[in-house]
Each structure stands twice: as structure tokens, then as C-alpha cells.
Design a protein around this ligand. Sequence first.
Ligand SMILES: Cc1cc2nc3c(=O)[nH]c(=O)nc-3n(C[C@H](O)[C@H](O)[C@H](O)COP(=O)(O)O)c2cc1C
Length: 184
Amino acid sequence: MLKSKDHTVLVNGSPNPRGHTMTAVRAVLGALPEVMFNAYTLNIHPCDDCKLCHARFACKHDDDMQTVLDALKKADTLVLATPVYFGAMTDMMMRIINRFQQLFEAKFTHKKPFTTIKKLIVISTAASEDPSMFDGVRLTTRLLEELFSVERVHTLLLGHTDMIKNVSQTYEREIEAFKNEIAH
Ligand SMILES: Cc1cc2nc3c(=O)[nH]c(=O)nc-3n(C[C@H](O)[C@H](O)[C@H](O)COP(=O)(O)O)c2cc1C
């Protein structure tokens, strides 16, 4: 369980609120954090590389991304939960992450980092047993680690879900170990 003084933001990138990914998240976190976003219900436009944020810290889209960014600014811990879709985080999760391009420009072009995050927790599930199925998730996690100057990254990658009824039972030991890992 995360310490209560942690300000945690959860972004759920699964369209299934009771699916494998959110089952794993619930098992890890206990209660869901107060600040939680569902990628599939947010109104977020895709980044179309208009380059406005390259020129200055701004985005042409006026949508729910502003609420996500406001929450991120206050977050110590960011939890990203996503199934694997064709070797990557889901498209709706990636839509949010692609809008971080504004933050990428802020940090690397304008030299004014938007925010930092102490702890990044990534929880992902995939149907396949092949561990390389999570390569895309790992790479995106690494880019976010750099973007937010993350102090500690923790990833829980659970495969083989097509053969599993209850992910929290099948992976009970891994989830317990992960809970200890993120608590320290
Ligand atoms: C559009 C789509 C693409 C998927 N692509 C992959 C994939 O590339 N590799 C894989 O192992 N599983 C893939 N899956 C299976 C999901 O990753 C897996 O069932 C996951 O545990 C679902 O999580 P959820 O129950 O939280 O939605 C895909 C599922 C869908 C719907």
C-alpha cells in the first residue's frame, strides 16, 4: 500500500474497468486513489504535431488534458495502468502520453521542466506469455522517466492473461512482492 501522504494520480488506459489490468491495480493499491483518470472516457484530442508548443509553452487543444496536467503538477506518484495492444500501451493511453509532447518541448527546448514525479508505477497486462510483448511499454516508461526526472520506477508486467480468470489470484506472489517494492 502506498503511504497516505503520497499524492497519487492514476491513469487507467484499459477500456475494461473490471478487466485484468484494473484488477491488478486494485490488488496492488488496495483502494483506488482519489485522483483517477480513465483514458477511454476523457475528451482528449490527438497531438497532430502543429508545433505550437515548440514555439512556446501552449497547446491549441482546449480539452480534458488540462485537468490531467493540473493533477500531474501536484502528483508525487503517477500510476499508469494499461493492457498491451499490438505491442504498445493502448491507443487512448498513448493519446494522453503523446500530448506530453508539450511537456517534452518545455523541458528540452524551453529548458523549463513542467513538473517532476518521484515515483512512476506502471502496471500492464498482456494475453501473451512472451516477455518481449512488454517491450513497447518498457520503452515508453523509460521516456516518461526521463521526461519527469523520475526518482524511482516500478513496473509490474503480467502476461498470459488469456489463460487466466483472476489475475490477482494467479499472480498473488508477484503482486505481494510488488507491493513491498513500491512501499520502500
Ligand atoms: C486491440 C487489442 C490488441 C491487443 N494486442 C495484444 C498484443 O499485442 N499482445 C498481447 O499479448 N495481447 C494483446 N491483447 C490482449 C490484451 O493485452 C489482454 O487481454 C489484456 O490483459 C487485457 O487487459 P484488460 O482486461 O485490462 O482490458 C490485445 C487486445 C486487444 C483488444
